[in-house]
Design a protein around this ligand. Structure first.
Ligand code: ZN
Length: 258
């Protein structure tokens, strides 16, 4: 049986997370990158991380919660990251379907600053705000970028893929939505992602969907399923290894004129 890593899940939402982890293990999903939504689920994620070596934790404020985040969240986030070098940042970002994009941008930039301060891999949610996202990255040239970024459930335009991959050390994660042929934009985007940048995720508390998701990715990329599983597993370990690392890519956006 192949080994898989769920690159973006929400195990904290499972009725019984331990059962969800056991079920996923039986499907070959051996590790989990567990993303938070808001400060009120950070403790649940940290508890899972402490109890299960297979759970990698991310803390952050999702754009849906940018407006209702309570006081002191920045200091709490910094304290948690300072105490635990393996914890990542996520999920953070922008969503045009939710109000207060100005607030979303401010909260996102604050979290990118924190991610840079602690050199943490950052998991990003972006829906319908790709121009704003790229603009933020470009205007951060003097404020740096995290060591790597993961664009989760990627369905962005194909003309930004190369820039995100090469200038900002971006990786692209695909959810089970890729199995639905109606998601043409997402499936088309996958065709343009370099093989060493592809990840697979459940975006839920059910990581058992990862093998089928990887099989669909393999089909779309015209690669054998076994080979695709190995490539995606390897890519995900490479992403996690960059957590805490100051890599040459950290400042790759500097001085770029376009
Ligand atoms: Zn998510």
């Amino acid at each position: 049986m192949h080994k898989y890593i769920d690159a973006h899940c929400h195990l904290q939402n499972a009725p019984i997370p331990t059962t969800a982890i056991d079920t996923a293990h039986r499907a070959g999903v051996m590790e989990f990158i567990c993303n938070s939504g808001a400060p009120d689920d950070w403790n649940a994620i940290l508890k899972l991380h402490d109890a299960h070596p297979s759970v990698h934790a991310c803390i952050g404020v999702h754009p849906w919660h940018a407006s209702d985040v309570g006081p002191d969240w920045q200091m709490r986030m910094e304290n948690i990251l300072a105490a635990a070098p393996d914890i990542m940042v996520g999920e953070v970002g922008l969503d045009k379907h939710y109000p207060s994009v100005t607030t979303q941008v401010a909260v996102f930039n604050t979290q990118l600053d924190i991610a840079c301060e602690f050199a943490r891999v950052t998991h990003i949610h972006c829906v319908g705000a790709w121009d704003t996202l790229v603009h933020i990255f470009k205007t951060r040239t003097m404020r740096r970028m995290p060591p790597a970024i993961v664009l989760h459930a990627f369905s962005g335009p194909i003309n930004i893929i190369e820039k995100l991959a090469n200038e900002y050390n971006g990786y692209f994660s695909f959810s089970p939505m890729i199995m639905d042929v109606r998601h043409r934009r997402m499936r088309h985007a996958l065709c343009h992602i370099p093989m060493d940048r592809i990840l697979a995720e459940s975006d839920s508390d059910n990581s058992s969907v990862i093998p089928d998701t990887v099989n669909t990715i393999a089909e779309i990329k015209s690669v054998a399923s076994d080979k695709m599983a190995d490539i995606i597993y390897h890519n995900t370990t490479v992403v996690m290894k960059q957590n805490g690392q100051i890599t040459p890519n950290t400042n790759a956006g500097w001085g770029c004129g376009d």
